[in-house]
Design a protein around this ligand. Sequence first.
Ligand SMILES: Cc1ncc(COP(=O)(O)O)c(C=O)c1O
Length: 389
Amino acid sequence: MTTTTNLIPANRATHLGFSDIVKIRNRVIGMLERGQRVLRLEGGEPFMPTPPFIKDAMKEALDADQTRYAPSSGIPQLIDAIQLKLAEHNALRVDPRSIIVTSGGAHGLFCAFQTVVDPGDEVMLFSPYWTPIRDHITFAGGVPVRVPWEEVHGVDDLREILQQRLTARTKLLYVNSPANPTGDVLSRRQLESVAAFAVENNLTVISDEAYEDLVWDGEHASLASFPDMFKRTISIYTLSKSFAMTGWRVGYVVADETWMEVIRKLVLNSINGVSTPSQFAAAAAVTHGKAFIASVRDDYRQRRDLMVRALNEAGLRCESPRGAFYLFPDVRERLGNDSWKAMEAVLERTSIASVPGVVFGAEGEGHLRMSFSTSMETIEEAAEALHKL
Ligand SMILES: Cc1ncc(COP(=O)(O)O)c(C=O)c1O
């Protein structure tokens, strides 16, 4: 006989977090419904629509009846395009079998953490970090070990900083450069030292390169391309941010066969492949998208510079982010340490919606995350509104 106690979700699933950002989004939607003006800087999407050539590629795929199951690892046209892009852009010469198409970077990350982490394994990550990463680690039974971004600033060789957190249980390093939410970009020398540390201590690395095309100062380099790193690095990519394709849900994972054998099974058993027409659109984006990326660079820079100036003038200390499209001002002097209260104060006084920094880990407390990826009109209005703070 079954009892009602059986009618409960599995323990590991109930402990998963649910994005605080969604709570803020709901609050903003409520304000909009009441007719209030909100300057929405709380999101994380490119400001422009998906370019027409990508949409056309999907239309052509539909007209050609490309609507059936595709190989669960990805259509050959997309895999070939990615292989070429990796060689040209990431200094990674890989076999097509080392590439798998996923439902966005989020799904790639889920598969990667499930592949590597066993219960009790410790995972180092720079903090503040993108919120879901903590859930990915704990859902696999792992233990997050935070390394403050603040300690990293201005240090070329990160080995000592990482060494301080190394234990016999450390299995994995999660590296996200350019970083959400801080906009930090690790320099080549810093990445070299992270790679050396991983090799010296026989660690695996998940390299989340979601913002690889959004670097404003410095350069992007892929950890897997450093000596001895390919076999120990699972690289995560997405088309979401590079090509304004957040809703298309296309990303890809690049890894050695040791990992790929498992990742292939996870992809098969979770989604059995990404939507076929989306993959045709993605192939066009990866093959012909360079010009688009170059064309929006100045628009992003202009928005970033305007907002950085306005924030600092309003007493919210903000360094110019070197990558991604987030500002992460330190609001402690002006608004106190509690970032939830600071978010409320900014929303009330300026109508700017932002995300409390503490949502991204304890090291984010006293900060707010604001996106500068929005229309120029909104940016100009937000810059003006900051005078009211
Ligand atoms: C650091 C980071 N990694 C990965 C992703 C995943 O994006 P998507 O699932 O849209 O590819 C995001 C999205 O915000 C992100 O900020």
